[in-house]
Design a protein around this ligand. Structure first.
Ligand code: MN
Length: 128
């Protein structure tokens, strides 16, 4: 069973993501506080990380960059979720190494298809 780490400070979004992923057969580990995200990722060793970009105290961009510099986690695909859909934002998110990108509000259909494509074998080069 594939494991997905869900880093999202918003309670409703975090619950929605986890409920939908669980219903689709994934094992989820929810993280509300971004400052715990790296340690939880090291403990959980997820197959995919879903990362909210707007977190209190720490930027999701910084967290993605740290994941991508971790020897164990660097190859784990990251799906970034952000409230801002500006073109510069998407470039910054992809520049730090996220393979997928979705703008909030997130619809379940595109969310699940992006998750599944990021977990599929082959080149991690997904347009969200
Ligand atoms: Mn947030």
């Amino acid at each position: 069973m594939k494991r997905i780490l869900v880093v999202e400070d918003n309670d409703l979004n975090r619950k929605l993501f986890c409920d939908v992923l669980s219903a689709n057969g994934f094992t989820v580990d929810p993280v509300a506080d971004g400052q715990n995200a790296l340690q939880r990722a090291r403990d959980f060793v997820p197959n995919l990380v879903i990362m909210d970009i707007q977190l209190p105290n720490i930027s999701g961009l910084d967290l993605i960059a740290r994941l991508k510099s971790d020897p164990v986690l660097r190859d784990t695909p990251v799906l970034a979720v952000t409230a801002y859909a500006g073109k510069g934002d998407e470039e910054r998110i992809r520049d730090v190494g996220a393979q997928g990108y979705l703008a909030k509000p997130v619809s379940i259909g595109p969310f699940m298809s992006t998750v599944k494509s990021l977990l599929a074998p082959g080149p991690q080069n997904v347009a969200a």
